[in-house]
Design a protein around this ligand. Sequence first.
Ligand code: MF3
Ligand code: CO
Length: 250
Amino acid sequence: MITLKSPQEIEGLKAAGALVAKCHKEIAKMIRPGITTWDIEEFVEDMLAKAGARAYTKGYKGYKYATCASVNDVIAHGFPNKTPLKNGDLVKIDIVAQLNGWIGDSAWCYGVGELSPEAEKLMRVTKECLDIGIRHAVIGNRIGDAMHALQKHAESHGFSLVRDLAGHGVGRELHEEPSFIHVGTPGKGFRFKEGMVFTIEPMVNAGTWQMTIDPDGWTCRTADGSLSAQFEHTIAITKDGPLILTDQGD
Ligand code: MF3
Ligand code: CO
């Protein structure tokens, strides 16, 4: 069952989301060749703790870190580490904060130094996919309409959408219903209703959509070693349209 959140509950989700947005804005300033995803890990854990929040991923299903840090061909769930980032890397940082019991979940893709034209384009198109998905998340539409629109956009540029990892409902839990992948058929799937809160988190690959998981049980990579990008927001469906909880513009 998809639970609908009251305006008051959405205020709680907004506060958690705003904190994740703040982390990402600081990370954007830190990103440059030479820093490590471990530096970002420590920064995020500290920033969440100082705000009275918790890094929800730490201990979640045995995951050990406050962030997921996924570089180049790593699609998602990479471990932060002490390898310096280098010029041209694409790094995706995924943060889940729990504040006063409410969850905010957002992943952002950062270019390190100067990107290749291909990486630059992948990053741009992936961000556009997120924006298109959000724009279509309006009452009256179905999830298939929104996912189809963003899928078409990625594929028109020769890119593919990961099919093994899903967008999900968010509330007091990180993974609530619904669960859906970022490809779809118009007119199919659940209808958007006021009070739904979920992530949209397209993972777009330069090559095949197929994915492998490392022996560590977490690190998801493109099967062909191609680059992967991701942008993720948590949004709420309102009468006035989609409301982005993990970036309220402040
Ligand atoms: N944003 C990711 C998701 O939607 C967070 C994964 S948390 C992990 O599932 F702990 F499972 F890595
Ligand atoms: Co998520």
